[in-house]
Design a protein around this ligand. Structure first.
Ligand code: ASP
Length: 426
């Protein structure tokens, strides 16, 4: 019997978990770091390697195949509207969860001091990174979308929006030049596109091993050589984690189901079965950027989203649509305020909604980016940003979960937009 890909990945994940816990409790952290972690790194590098050519080739062919440019702006408008609406809903769910559960009142006094002392230096690194973001002018993010040199944007996956921008203007210009001139360029791009999609398939054969190594490494890095550290952290911050995880689950179950129901006829079973490998990868890599090639492949091949829609909606989503991150930022901001004994007014909570939506748009699709932008939210509501020391210990675990939500959100919007444009096969 041939096992489906997501089962193979789940097996890799469980074995990684078992190995990681054993390694942390037996003091094999060094061994894991030297001999296991590199396989995870290789796997992530392979995924990142193909992200730029994939986005470029599929978006150029996608845009150039549009008959009129009005369609492009219509698809763009719809996509961004659904992205922002779902993110605002996510933040609201997070705020409700954290206000009801009040996890901040459950952390013992001695644990607060211990957490702040242990994570103080790690927190100051994040504060510096946030300061750099804050010093940028308001329009800088828009300026950043337009590169001055294409090769420098293509050489860094963080510049994915620049690649998207270049692909769109090339696609538009291809529509405008005579057919006999554009045909060879398009045929070349289509060839590249097929090639890259085959590469994604081949790389995914390594996914179970990659996921095993990534999970084992994450556990030993979080736990150090002492699994008791994790148990202590989990018991002190358990309620905070519960608020985040509950919010994420509710958002995935309710909001995305509504999005799918409103815009398409796709069953939830089909959706989740199709997208599962991308979710599992999001979980193991904590990076929606690294997961992007797989999200695109699954949306096109399994969910039947047209290339034209997926190649526009998904890279854009991986960069700006982060519902999981926004929800987590809202919970974390209120949790820190609660733990420090501060009461947040309704104005402060509304400020959180606004800043969390904006902060999640500005969050890079890489591990640990969400907590840097959290600093900006804390400053906006007058909560001491050094308070992030309280939550740093479990941030990686929550990063895995919020990335799953981020990836799922992008995929559900891709299905919705494709269906509303009659571009959903199957
Ligand atoms: N790791 C998240 C992502 O790539 C971003 C975050 O840190 O929240 O989607």
């Amino acid at each position: 019997m041939k096992l489906e890909l997501h089962w193979k990945i789940i097996i890799g994940l469980i074995l990684g978990l078992l190995f990681g816990v054993t390694a942390a409790s037996q003091g094999w952290g060094g061994f894991t770091n030297d001999w296991i972690a590199p396989f995870g790194k290789i796997f992530i590098n392979l995924l990142k390697l193909i992200a730029v050519p994939l986005v470029l080739s599929s978006l150029i062919t996608g845009v150039a195949s549009l008959s009129d440019l009005k369609k492009l702006s219509r698809i763009g408008g719809k996509t961004i509207t659904i992205y922002i609406t779902t993110t605002a809903i996510a933040v609201t769910i997070g705020l409700i969860a954290v206000n009801i559960l009040e996890p901040g009142s459950t952390v013992p006094e001695d644990m607060k001091i211990k957490l702040q002392n242990t994570y103080q230096s790690a927190a100051s690194g994040k504060l510096e990174a946030a300061q750099e973001v804050k010093e940028r002018s308001v329009l800088q993010p828009v300026v950043d979308i337009v590169p001055s040199n294409f090769f420098s944007s293509a050489s860094n996956n963080r510049n994915m929006l620049q690649v998207v921008f270049v692909a769109i203007i090339i696609g538009i210009a291809l529509i405008q030049i005579p057919k006999e001139k554009s045909r060879p360029v398009l045929e070349f791009m289509e060839g590249i596109n097929d090639l890259v999609i085959k590469l994604v398939d081949n790389i995914m054969l390594l996914a179970p091993i990659g996921v095993f190594a990534l999970i084992a490494d994450t556990i030993t890095s979080v736990a150090g050589n002492n699994i008791n550290n994790v148990i202590e952290l989990l018991s002190a911050l358990g309620f905070y984690m519960l608020a985040v995880i509950m919010g994420l689950v509710i958002h995935m179950l309710i909001t995305y189901s509504v999005v799918l129901k409103l815009f398409s006829k796709m069953s939830l079973k089909k959706f989740y079965q199709g997208i599962a490998p991308a979710q599992l990868l999001g979980f193991s890599t904590s990076s929606s950027g690294a997961t992007l090639p797989v999200t695109m492949e699954r949306c096109e091949d399994e969910l039947g989203v047209s290339e034209e829609v997926s190649s526009f909606v998904l890279p854009l989503g991986a960069t700006i649509n982060m519902d999981g991150t926004a929800l987590y930022q809202a919970v974390a901001a209120v949790f820190i305020a609660q733990t420090l004994g501060m009461d947040l007014s309704i104005v402060a909570q509304l400020t959180i909604v606004l800043t969390a939506v904006l902060a999640s748009i500005g969050t890079a699709a890489v591990p640990g980016a969400g907590i840097i932008m959290l600093v900006i939210i804390l400053e906006a509501i007058g909560v001491p940003s050094a308070g992030i020391a309280l939550i740093l210990g479990v941030d990686r675990i929550l990063d895995m979960m919020r990335t799953v939500t981020n990836v799922t959100g992008d995929a559900s919007v891709a299905v919705a937009v494709a269906s509303s444009e009659n571009q959903l096969r199957i």
